[in-house]
Design a protein around this ligand. Structure first.
Ligand code: PLP
Length: 287
């Protein structure tokens, strides 16, 4: 079956999708992106992802290349054309094409690229077995709240993790506190049973999954605290997990060389994961 991409107004065969060599995304990583999971034929939290895309664009002074309603129609059309019932849609907006110059060009329309991918998310073993993470220094810029396509430090971290046989790398600030993963937010259940994740600030991406999880926790009467935690606290935690659009809630069972809890996904992580997966499957509504 043909797989299509959407590039600047056209649906094209995936392998033929291309942008101009002077696209500012290509030359300066001058652009933003979103990834939305698709479960049971539905996008999960599409509204929140598009709100964040809107914010990322406005923080960088990039104008929407089309109105949001049209953008949503294109997303739905691409998913339908590619018959994705479980997987993801990736969308990227860059500042557009202009002769290479660091200064932002004026009056240039932004570029759009959208692709989809089928992924059998729900049957992935990492959801049930948990994963290992490593810790690395956070070497990123100071506006990690903007979801830019400038991801080189994240790619370096993820590669280091893979080389260490780990799934993710938790980045650590100069005070020794965990900021977040390279493509996920970090959570722990402390030795004294507190569910912690770092407060939203310019140090981390305000994950849509993180926000939904907080709403679920509130509805289920579970308390959580937005409080930064140290690597030491993480290693002595009872439980740990990561959250993201494509990791859902993935338990962490090892940090560097230290086993977390009994080395199996913890009970709270398991409950949160189940609730979140029910939510994704449309079986759990939130007020
Ligand atoms: N933090 C970073 C650096 C990310 O790249 C991501 C997702 O790509 C997240 C956190 C999780 O965000 P979300 O839950 O919206 O996928």
């Amino acid at each position: 079956m043909a797989r299509y991409a959407y590039v600047n107004g056209r649906y094209v065969p995936h392998g033929e999708g291309a942008v101009h060599i002077e696209d500012r995304g290509f030359q300066f990583a001058d652009g933003v992106y979103e990834v939305i999971p698709i479960i049971n034929d539905r996008m999960v939290d599409a509204g929140a992802h598009l709100d964040r895309l809107d914010r990322s664009l406005s923080e960088l002074g990039i104008s929407w290349p089309t109105n949001r309603r049209v953008f949503e129609l294109v997303m739905a059309e691409l998913i339908a054309r590619n018959r994705v019932s479980e997987g993801l849609i990736y969308m990227q907006i860059t500042r557009g094409v202009a002769p290479r110059d660091h200064k932002f060009p004026k009056g240039v329309p932004a570029s759009i690229v959208m692709t989809t991918k089928r992924v059998p998310f729900l049957s992935q073993k990492k959801l049930s077995d948990g994963v290992k993470v490593i810790t690395i220094p956070d070497i990123r810029w100071t506006r990690c709240d903007i979801k830019t396509i400038s991801l080189l430090p994240n790619c370096m971290g993820k590669t280091a993790a893979a080389e260490a046989g780990a799934y993710e790398a938790w980045q650590v600030d100069r005070e020794g506190l965990v900021t977040e993963g390279t493509s996920s937010n970090a959570w722990i259940v402390t030795a004294d049973d507190k569910l912690l994740t770092r407060p939203a600030s310019e140090d981390i991406l305000r994950g849509v999954t993180r926000q939904t999880l907080m709403r679920i926790a509130e509805e289920e009467g579970l308390s959580y605290t937005e409080q930064a935690f140290s690597v030491e606290e993480a290693k002595t935690a009872r439980e740990a997990f990561v959250s993201s659009a494509t990791s859902f809630i993935t338990p962490v069972v090892q940090i560097d060389d230290v086993q977390i809890g009994d080395g199996k996904p913890g009970p709270l992580s398991h409950r949160l994961q189940n609730w979140y997966l029910d939510y994704c499957a449309g079986q759990k509504q939130l007020a």
